[in-house]
Design a protein. Structure first.
Length: 194
């Protein structure tokens, strides 16, 4: 099977390029679609992401997705379809960033609570390293599931779903381990302080 020359591919409609790609799996046909629509997709991604590099990355992700999805799905109007793929990819990325921001905010809150418990020790000249060491010891003192979930969530930045997948705990168990673990950490640190 031979591929058409670049000039011949430029003369084909979007539908013809897709049909030939589905028949031959020759990426040159998708390359032609990329040439036609990458500028539009970059504009869409930039509108949502507000960051040039992220927008460029998402455009590349979209075309990688296109290579796979066009093998499985019938697409009638490529321009509309690929626009919607790019928009959805941006929205997924924004949701993911929002989850990371929320986790960082929760971690900052936990750290603040822990630091508030240690304020008198800091006034006595205790270093941050010493405080971190005490926190590490307190975490080691938690029960298995609590310790495991606290470490994964706050230090490895894993989501509830990732912790579920890695540990086999249910969503509610992960949530419970995190809530009880935070409470027990505060209790242990308060006792250590007293």
């Amino acid at each position: 099977m031979f591929s058409l020359s670049s000039n011949n591919r430029q003369n084909l409609s979007d539908s013809d390029l897709i049909e030939r790609y589905r028949y031959s799996f020759d990426n040159a046909y998708i390359g032609e679609l990329f040439q036609r629509y990458s500028h539009m997709l970059y504009g869409v991604c930039l509108k949502y992401m507000k960051d040039e590099e992220k927008a460029k990355d998402i455009v590349m992700d979209v075309f990688e997705k296109v290579l796979i999805d066009l093998k499985r799905h019938q697409v009638d109007t490529f321009r509309t379809w690929v626009y919607s793929v790019a928009k959805n990819q941006c929205l997924m990325e924004l949701r993911k960033e929002k989850r990371v921001d929320a986790k960082q905010e929760e971690f900052a809150h936990l750290s603040k609570e822990i630091m508030e418990l240690d304020i008198p020790q800091h006034l006595n000249g205790e270093s941050q390293e010493e405080t971190d060491r005490k926190l590490d010891i307190a975490i080691d003192g938690l029960k298995g599931g609590q310790r495991e979930c606290i470490r994964m969530f706050y230090f490895e930045k894993k989501s509830y779903e990732e912790i579920e997948a890695k540990t086999g705990y249910t969503y509610n168990e992960v949530k419970s381990f995190l809530q009880n673990g935070k409470r027990n950490l505060k209790i242990q640190l308060t006792r250590a302080h007293e």
